[in-house]
Every structure is written in C-alpha cells, then in structure tokens.
Design a binder for this molecule. Structure first.
Ligand code: SF4
Ligand code: MSK
Length: 662
C-alpha cells in the first residue's frame, strides 16, 4: 500500500494546471475578474474550456447518433473508408448534423420572433395595455413593404392586417413568406429556380427535422437545399419579424452615445443585469426601475439609485434603443458576477449558461429565470407576464434591493468605461446619408462606386472561450476599415469593438483614406452597431436597399459585401451563416467548422453553392487572413461590376451608375 501512488483528486488536479488567462481574453476587465475568480477559488467557462478538449471526431461532424444502431464514428483522416451501420456516408452524416444545427438555430430565432408577434397582436387588440405602438411610421413602412394598403386607413386596421400577414411567416403551409417581397427580384428568381423560397418557418423546420432523421434524405445536396430554405425562413422570416415588431413596439434605434464595459457597475447603487434575448423583460425592467416607489425603496436601503445594465443580446437591444449601458459579451457573464457588485441577474432565453446560478450563489447575486421556456435547475423562477410587465421586474427589484442592503461579497469593479455611438438601423442609414427628405442609399452606393468605400462587411456573432476573447473580432475589423471596408455589426461582436473604442467617430483615423473621408463628412464611426443577433435582418434589408439604389448589380450576390462570425459558438450562428450564404453573401467563420475538409459536403458549402449562384462559406482562425479573404472577395465583386479602376473623386450621377452597371 505504501508504494501505491495516492489518487489525485480532480480538484487538486485542476489546481495543478495553471491557466494563463491572458491567452484566453483580450478584454482587460474580464482578465481582471478571471484572476479574481481564481483567487476566490472558483472556476469559469475559461477553466472548463482549458480542461475539456473538444472531441476531434465531433468537431469535424464525423459522428452520427441519429439512431440507436449507432452512435457511428467515421475516421475523419480517411472519411470515405467507412460508413455508418446503415451505410450513411460522411457527406450524409455531416450534412444531417449541419441540418440539425440550422433547424435548432432557426427555431430559436423564429420562436423569439413569434413571441414578439404574439405581443403585437395583444397590444393591437387591446389585451395588453402597458406596451404601445411607438413607431407608427415604421409600422406603415413595413406594411407597405409587403403590399398592405395604408393610405387613409386607421393605424389599428393597418396593424391588424400586418399581424395577419406576418403570422404567415410561421404558420403558412404553401406559398412564399411575406418578406420575400423585400428580396431583390433577381435574387428571388435564383431562390425560386432552386426551390428554396420559404413557405412558413414551422413547415421548413419540421421538414428539415424529418429529412435529417435516419433513413430519409441521404443526398447531401438535397439536404443542403432544405438547410437553405429553413435558414431563409429565419433571416427573411422569424428574425426579420422580431426586428421589425420590436422597432414598432419599442422604437426604431437611432444613434446615441452609450457606454460599454464593467466600469458601468456602480458600487453605491443597486445593480441589476438583464441577460438573454427578447426585449420584453428589459423593457419591463426599464419601466419598473424608474417607478418612484422602487426608487424610494432603493434609497431607503442606502442605495443612490437603481442601475440597469445589459448582457449579450438583451443588452444589445436596449443599448441602441435606449442607451442603457452594456456590461459585456457572452464569455464575460461569469466574470461580471465575480465583481460582487451585481445584486440581481434576470434572464430570459438563449445564451444563458447553466453555470450562472452556481457562480451567482458564490457571490450572493440573486439569479432569476423569468421565461417559462427557459428554467434552470437551482435558479429561482419569477415568471414574466406580458400583460403585467411590471410584476416580475418589481419582484426582482425588491430582491435586488434586499441583496444590496445585505451585501457580503467583496466588491471589485474594473474601472473601465468605453463610450461609443450605438443604435444604427437600416432606416437611419437612409436618413444619415440623404437627410429627412432625400433619404436613400444612393450616397452609400456612390461612395462604393467611386471607391472611397471599397465594400461593406458584416462582422457579427458570439465570443467563445476556445479562442482569445474579442481578439479575432477586433483585429479583423481594424484590418477591414484600414482597407476602406465599412463595417456593420450585431450581437456580441459589436460589444468587443465598442470595448476597443472603434464605435467612436474619432476611430475614423484608423480607417483608410477614403472611408475616413466619408466618416468625417457624415460624422459616423467606421464601425456601425446595428443591434442583437436577430437584427442581422437589418443587414439583409440594408443589402437589399443597396441593390435597389442601383449601380451595384441586380442581385445580393453581385454586391461587394462579405460577412464573418470569427468567434461564433451557437447553432443560431450556423443558421445565420447559412441564410447569408443562401442570400448570396460570402461568409467566413472562425473557431471551428463542422465538416471534414476534402469531402464532397465541405466542397459544396465552400465552393459549390457559389457556382449555383449563392454565396459560399469560408474558414480561418487568423484575423488578418480573414480580412483579406473578405477583401479579395469584395474586389472580385467590384471587378465584376467594372469598378476596379482608380478611385473617382466626383459623386456619380444616375447615368454614371447605369453605365457602371453596364
Ligand atoms: Fe449510425 Fe446510420 Fe444510425 Fe447514424 S443513422 S447512428 S450512421 S446507423
Ligand atoms: S448573444 S448567440 S453569444 S452573439 Fe445573441 Fe452573443 Fe452569440 Fe449569444
């Protein structure tokens, strides 16, 4: 017995592995809090990611567990050497796995969008009285965009018709979703020819789940077609409805100076964080936190006020819409709690890690789930009811005040506050370039045609502890703007850039000469923040407006644009990527990609789809390489449009644009 090695406990083993957090984040506040977590004896997703290596077979999507004759694992080094028990090839297996990612990601967005539409219906018919239609102009514009007559009609009638039409986005079994009317006609033609115009999201998701079941669709080409159709039902359907209805109900964002980072936590106030995706809970919290009775209670407990902060996409929704400060992106959720300053965190749906209630308990933070669709074992559930939008927020505020009054955790708030301009929307881009009466995308197109702006890039998506937090986002965007590519952003990516200071107009000095000139003339930063994950639909609308304005081709795939989610982690991102690709956009992902290189399925995604008239996927983990892959693509599109000549200084007339179109 004495010769035997003593078993090492998992805890001791974990302690023995020293993690260099500087390699895992480029966010100084997150780094400071990761060190605090470690000193306090707690772990976070950064520790777990370092300790748990991803399964290499799963990472390349070379395994299948779609039936119980398996799970079957193929050898990704020699992917055609074996097949699954049923005979499924690597292409079928990877395509079906990809399909399930698209279906789950699309379901998340469409369910979010449908929840917003439910609220809209109840507001219109008067059963919910707290929320009101805030943006009638947008309501009319959206209605007109799908062919609803608005002239001389009462708002309530238009709103009722809009509800009935948009419900088809989800429930329609035959025909085309309403927002297909917004797609540039030549792009719609490509989709019709391929048979991928979405009917209704429920039908598309159901069919994709069916087709990816064991023994159904076993042709990767055919599976990818339904992936595209389902993804389009998200981008041009569920997500677009979520964005448009949120704007109509809560106001279309317009640029405002707002703050990002942990330094916006206030030691002398009751700090409440809202994390998740749907804007309702946050809207209720905003209303409740300004109620005099709640402010009185906070003061009575010794607090100077109630301080609301956002996380992830809940935060992104209200950052642009109301200027509420944002504390950090996805991987900063645990580190933010480690400040000890968060009195309560309320969550709704999506991107809420199961680890959060546990770490909240360690620091005395009260943690609440609020949505019946997303409970977490061990978390206190205070349900948010749309017809009583102050009920749950009032309870959360009471419990947060109680925690404030009895704080025991040591409080350390990283003293970093980053200010920037947030809240661009496709409508504001129209206005900012042409003014109230001459608003249009023509000036943007002119500046692309004359070469001041080389093209437009969407840099979006999550952060992921498998790569250094924020690093890929920031370095990629810096390289893009340096090369005169205007960048638009959504989701956690925009928080990375806001922390790096690139959402200030004076960040234009980092841009190339042409982009700098445009930014300085218009007074905008070179990086525009557009909102949450569902607001990627704003990018689709902006691209459609660019096609409509003329001079840049007649299909979305003609535009000198590209997209990237360099640090993605969610299935929603896969669905977003697929709807951009199906819409005609070259889309690059980092971190990992669920295919085996050299297989037919991989080749279809990375080359074949472009040959069929769509966009295509790309992959890299080097931000500079990513930027130049995008720039090369933008230049290829410019050349095809006849725009590769020397930069013009004069504004283009309509005639010039037609000539350039050729
Ligand atoms: Fe294996 Fe085929 Fe079953 Fe998948 S569907 S687990 S490949 S037998
Ligand atoms: S919250 S999906 S981590 S962007 Fe939308 Fe951020 Fe990605 Fe969630």
């Amino acid at each position: 017995m004495s010769d035997e090695k003593k078993p090492v406990s998992i805890v001791e083993e974990k302690k023995a592995k020293k993690i260099d957090f500087r390699e895992m984040t480029s966010c100084p506040s997150t780094l400071q809090m990761l060190k605090k977590l470690e000193a306090d004896g707690h772990e976070s997703m950064f520790n777990r990611a370092a300790e748990m290596k991803p399964c290499p077979i799963g990472a390349e999507s070379a395994c299948c567990k779609h039936c119980f004759m398996g799970p079957c694992r193929l050898n990704s080094r020699d992917p055609y050497a074996r097949v699954g028990v049923c005979g499924a090839t690597i292409d079928t297996i990877a395509a079906r796995n990809f399909a399930r990612n698209v279906a789950a990601g699309g379901a998340a967005h469409t369910d979010h969008g449908m929840a917003m539409l439910d609220i809209f219906r109840e507001v219109v018919n008067g059963r919910i009285s707290h929320f009101k239609i805030q943006d009638e102009k947008k309501l009319i514009n959206v209605a007109q965009s799908i062919g609803i007559t608005t002239e001389g009609r009462p708002i309530k009638d238009i709103a009722n018709d809009l509800y009935s039409e948009l419900e088809r986005t989800y429930t329609q079994v035959e025909g085309e979703i309403p927002f297909a009317k917004r797609v540039p006609p030549k792009t719609l033609e490509v989709w019709r020819k391929a048979g991928i115009v979405p009917r209704g999201a429920m039908r598309e998701i159901m069919e994709l789940m069916h087709r990816s079941h064991m023994g159904v669709d076993q042709d990767y080409n055919n599976i990818v077609k339904q992936c595209s159709r389902t993804a389009l039902a998200d981008g041009w359907g569920g997500s677009m409805v979520a964005t448009e209805i949120s704007d109509i109900l809560f106001g279309t964002p317009s640029p405002k100076v707002a703050g990002v980072n942990m330094g916006f936590l206030k030691e002398d106030q009751v700090n409440i964080m809202i994390h998740g995706h749907e804007p309702l809970l946050f809207e209720g919290m905003i209303a409740a936190s300004t109620e005099p009775a709640n402010l009185e209670k906070a003061k009575a407990s010794g607090a100077k006020g109630i301080n609301l902060l956002g996380m992830c996409c809940s935060g992104a929704e209200v950052l642009g819409r109301h200027g509420i400060p944002h504390a950090g992106n996805f991987v900063s959720a645990e580190p933010i709690i480690a400040t000890g300053a968060v009195d309560a965190m309320g969550v709704d749906v999506q991107c809420i890690m199961q680890a959060l209630p546990k770490i909240a308990e360690c620091y005395g933070t009260k943690f609440f789930t609020t949505n019946p669709r997303a409970r977490i074992e061990g978390a206190v559930h205070i349900e948010f009811h749309e017809n009583d939008p102050l009920g749950a927020p009032n309870q959360i505020i009471d419990l947060a005040i109680e925690r404030f009054a009895n704080r025991t955790a040591r409080i350390v708030i990283p003293q970093r506050q980053d200010w920037g301009v947030h809240g661009f929307s496709s409508e504001y881009v129209t206005y900012m370039l042409g003014g109230e009466f001459r608003g249009s995308y023509v000036p943007l197109n002119d500046n692309i045609i004359n070469g001041r702006i080389r093209g437009v890039a969407g840099v979006v998506g999550c952060t992921n502890p498998r790569v250094k937090q924020d690093y890929l986002h920031v370095e990629l965007v810096k390289e893009l703007i340096k090369n005169n590519v205007l960048v638009v952003q959504t989701g956690c990516s925009q928080i990375a850039l806001a922390k790096a200071g690139l959402m200030k107009p004076d960040a234009a000095v980092l841009a190339g000469e042409g982009l700098q000139e445009v930014c300085e003339t218009v007074g905008i930063p070179p990086v525009l923040s557009l909102g949450s994950c569902v607001d990627n639909s704003r990018i689709l609308i902006a691209c459609s407006e660019m096609v409509r304005a003329g001079g840049l081709g007649d299909k979305l795939s003609d535009l000198p644009v590209a997209g990237c989610a360099p640090e993605y982690m969610s299935e929603k991102a896969i669905c977003i990527g697929q709807y951009f690709v199906a819409s005609g956009v070259y889309t690059i992902f980092g971190v990992t990609f669920p295919t085996v290189e050299g297989t037919k399925f991989h080749d279809l995604l990375f080359n074949g789809l472009e040959e069929q008239g769509f966009g295509k996927w790309g992959f890299s983990n080097d931000p500079i390489e990513m930027a130049h892959m995008m720039i090369e693509h933008i230049d290829k599109k410019r050349a095809a449009l006849g725009l590769s000549g020397p930069r013009e200084r004069k504004l283009f007339s309509m005639e010039d644009r037609r000539a350039a179109e050729g």
